[in-house]
Design a protein around this ligand. Structure first.
Ligand code: DX5
Ligand code: ZN
Length: 216
């Protein structure tokens, strides 16, 4: 069977006092990416981690680091995030800087590039980037915190974006409130990558819940 669903555990819900061990534990699972939420207390109302932390956890796994940058300004920090060991670097459409310039900089540094939209942002605004990106990240909660409820009114947007992508090699990732039920809904709407923080880290056995999510 061809695997359709990729899983990206969000370490925002990990135990930060033993982050290396948490990454090693994820390394032993069948997860595809490790999702890292970077927040600046300005673009979103929370502060998390920066490139030095990413660098320090890099050697615990060979899994791809899927770095979600909820920061504005962002462009001047891209080289640092690239050097820290990011594999996919996702920026937000809503930033005040030039999005296309930032996309081109990420590509120049040989990293995969993603673009994310908040729940109130229209899918239409992504059209002009479609031929330049590797991934679209649809937020199904207001970005800032883990453990929020999935916004069902975003499902239509996921389907619209799936159609917009057409036969391009662009992944469609969903982030916020994903569990076994909402994960199934997101997949049915066209997503192929599920980010999940609290559902995975609240489980006793990361491997089992990740396998269950992958089977959706
Ligand atoms: C929210 C972050 C998410 C968050 C998801 O701003 O982008 O990645 O960690 O957490 P859950 O899965 O608990 O909603
Ligand atoms: Zn995220």
């Amino acid at each position: 069977m061809i695997q359709r669903v990729k899983i990206a555990p969000s370490i925002l819900s990990a135990d930060f006092s033993k982050l290396g061990k948490e990454i090693s534990d994820l390394d032993k699972t069948n997860c595809d990416y490790i999702h890292i939420d970077v927040m600046d207390g300005h673009f979103v109302p929370n502060l998390t981690i920066g490139p030095d932390v990413i660098k320090s956890i890099r050697h615990f796994t060979k899994k791809k680091f899927d770095v979600h940058l909820m920061i504005d300004p962002v462009k001047k920090y891209i080289p640092e995030f690239a050097n820290a060991g990011s594999d996919i670097i996702t920026i937000h459409q809503e930033i005040n800087e030039n999005v296309m310039d930032t996309i081109l900089l990420i590509k120049k540094l040989n990293k995969k590039v993603g673009i994310s939209i908040k729940p109130k942002t229209s899918a239409k605004l992504l059209e002009k980037y479609l031929d330049h990106i590797d991934l679209i990240l649809v937020m199904t909660v207001e970005p800032g915190f883990g453990g929020q409820s999935f916004m069902h009114n975003q499902l239509q947007k996921i389907s619209t974006i799936k159609e917009m992508i057409g036969n391009r090699q662009v992944e469609l990732e969903v982030d916020g409130g994903i569990n076994l039920d909402t994960g199934r809904e997101a997949i049915n709407a066209g997503a192929n990558v599920l980010v999940s923080g609290s559902t995975i880290f609240n489980s006793k056995k990361y491997k089992n819940i990740i396998d269950d999510l992958r089977k959706l």
